[in-house]
Design a protein around this ligand. Structure first.
Ligand code: PGA
Ligand code: ZN
Length: 420
C-alpha cells in the first residue's frame, strides 16, 4: 500500500530544474524517479509544466508541478495498492483530465508513475527490469551512441542533431560498450590532430565546427577504422536529423539551402549506399506525413526510419503512422507521453506491428537510470542514451552492464537483429 507521495525540485544535466518524486509503501520501501527534459521537443508531446516565474530559474522552476504532486495527486494515490500500476496511471490521467496532461503537468504525472513502479519493484524484492518485464525479460538493447552533436544540442552550425555509432561486438552489451568508448576516444584524437574542438554538447558528443554534414560521417568512419573495428561488419552508423527543427514553409534548411522532402530523401539514399548507415530518426518533420510515407516505401526495406517527434510515444499518433505506413520504428521517451502504462501501450503496439523500438533519454537528463531497466523490461531492440562521457549518459550504460551481469547466461544481446 502507498503511504506517501512527495515531489521535490532538483537539477538536471543542463542545470535546469526538474521534478523528482518519492513514493513510500507500508512495507517500508521507497521508490524514487526523476523526470528528464527535451530541447528539440515535438509539438505533440505531453505538456511539461514550468512555473514561468522569471525570478526563479529564469522561469523554469517546477514548484507548481511539485505542488500538484502534494495537493492533487497524493490524496488520490495514498492508500492504493502499489502493484496496480495500470490503475494508478489511470487515476493520474483522470485527475488531470486533459489530452496532453497540461493540467497537472506531464512531468508531475510521470514522476509519480515511475516512482510507483520503483516502489513496487522493491516491495516485490525484484530489480525494476524484472518486476516490469516479468520472467521473460532477458534481451539487452543495442546502443545508438551519439558521439557527434549538432542541431539544437550544439552551436556548431551542423544541421543534423546526432551522429551515432552502433556497435555489435562479440554478441555482448559490455563488449559493444567497450567498442563505443574506444571509438569515442579515437575520435577525440582525430579531432585534436585536425585542430578541431573536442568540447562536448548536451549529450556528451563532440561538437566541432565542420564544413558539412557529410564531413561528420567521414570522421566517424575514420574513427571506427583507426580504433580497429570494421564499419559495416561490427560497427554501424545512425542519425537523428531532428528535422522538425529544420522545417519551415514546406522546405528544409540544409547547409544554407532550402530543399524539399524528396531531395532530402535523395541525400539519405545516397548516404545509405555509401556508408553503413542503418537508422535515420526524424528524417522528416513531425507533420510532413507525405515525405515520411514516400521514404518508408522507398527506403524502408533496408533502412530503419525512426519516428520521434512524429509519434511522440503516443499510441494515437502511432496508430495514424501504422495506417499511413509512415516510419518503421518507434522512439520511446517516457516523458513524451507521461505514464508507464501508456509507454507500454505504445511499445506493444509497435512491436505487434513488427516495428523496431528504441528506448531513449532526453537531452536534459538526470542520474536516474530507469530507462535502462525499461529497455530490457519492454524488450526494446535498441537504446539511445548519448555519448561515452557525462555521468548522466554513462549512468544508463552502467546500469545495463549490471543488468547484463545479473542476467548471466540468460542474457541475450539483440545484436544485428536489433535493427535488421
Ligand atoms: P531532445 O533530443 O531530448 O532534445 O528532444 C533528443 C532527440 O531528439 O531524440
Ligand atoms: Zn530525436
Amino acid at each position: 500500500e502507498i503511504i506517501s507521495v512527495l515531489g521535490r525540485e532538483i537539477l538536471d544535466s543542463r542545470g535546469n530544474p526538474t521534478i523528482e518524486v518519492e513514493v513510500k509503501t507500508s512495507a517500508g520501501n521507497m521508490g524514487r524517479a526523476a523526470v528528464p527534459s527535451g530541447a528539440s521537443t515535438g509539438a505533440h508531446e505531453a505538456y511539461e509544466l514550468r512555473d514561468g516565474d522569471k525570478k526563479r530559474y529564469l522561469g523554469k522552476g517546477v514548484f507548481k508541478a511539485v505542488d500538484h504532486v502534494r495537493e492533487k495527486i497524493a490524496p488520490e494515490i495514498v492508500g492504493l495498492n502499489v502493484y496496480e500500476q495500470v490503475y494508478i496511471d489511470k487515476i493520474l490521467r483522470d485527475i488531470d483530465g486533459t489530452e496532453n496532461k497540461s493540467n497537472l503537468g506531464a512531468n508531475a504525472i510521470l514522476g509519480v508513475s515511475l516512482a510507483c513502479a520503483h516502489a513496487a519493484a522493491k516491495d516485490a524484492g525484484l530489480p525494476l527490469y524484472r518486476y516490469v518485464g516479468g520472467s521473460q525479460a532477458c534481451r539487452l538493447p543495442v546502443p545508438l551512441m551519439n558521439v557527434l552533436n549538432g542541431g539544437a544540442h550544439a552551436n556548431n552550425g551542423l544541421d543534423i542533431q546526432e551522429f551515432m555509432i552502433v556497435p555489435t561486438v562479440n554478441n555482448s552489451f559490455a563488449e559493444s560498450l567497450r567498442a563505443g568508448s574506444e571509438i569515442f576516444h579515437t575520435l577525440k584524437k582525430i579531432l585534436n590532430k585536425k585542430g578541431l574542438s573536442t568540447a562536448v554538447g548536451d549529450e556528451g558528443g563532440f561538437a566541432p565546427t565542420l564544413k558539412s554534414n557529410e564531413e561528420a560521417l567521414e570522421l566517424l568512419m575514420q574513427a571506427i577504422l583507426e580504433a580497429g573495428y570494421e564499419a559495416g561488419q561490427n560497427v554501424f552508423l545512425a542519425l537523428d536529423v531532428a528535422s522538425t527543427e529544420l522545417f519551415k514553409g514546406g522546405k528544409y534548411t540544409w547547409e544554407q539551402n532550402q530543399i524539399t522532402g524528396l531531395e532530402l530523401q535523395g541525400i539519405y539514399q545516397k548516404w545509405a549506399e555509401k556508408y553503413p548507415l542503418v537508422s535515420i530518426e526524424d528524417g522528416f518533420a513531425e507533420d510532413d506525413w507525405d515525405s515520411w510515407i514516400s521514404a518508408t516505401s522507398n527506403l524502408g526495406s533496408h533502412l530503419q526510419l525512426v519516428g520521434d517527434d512524429l509519434f511522440v510515444t503516443n499510441p494515437k499518433r502511432l496508430r495514424q503512422g501504422l495506417e499511413k505506413k509512415a516510419a518503421n520504428a518507434l522512439l520511446v521517451k517516457v516523458n513524451q507521453i507521461g505514464t508507464l502504462t501508456e509507454t507500454f501501450e505504445a511499445v506493444n503496439l509497435a512491436q505487434r506491428n513488427k516495428m523496431k523500438t528504441v528506448m531513449s533519454h532526453r537531452s536534459g537528463e538526470t542520474e536516474d537510470v530507469t530507462i535502462a531497466d525499461l529497455a530490457v523490461a519492454l524488450n526494446c531492440h535498441q537504446i539511445k542514451t548519448g555519448s561515452l562521457c557525462r555521468g548522466e549518459r554513462t549512468a544508463k550504460y552502467n546500469q545495463l552492464l549490471r543488468i547484463e551481469e545479473d542476467l548471466g547466461g540468460m542474457g541475450v544481446y539483440w545484436d544485428k537483429a536489433g535493427f535488421r
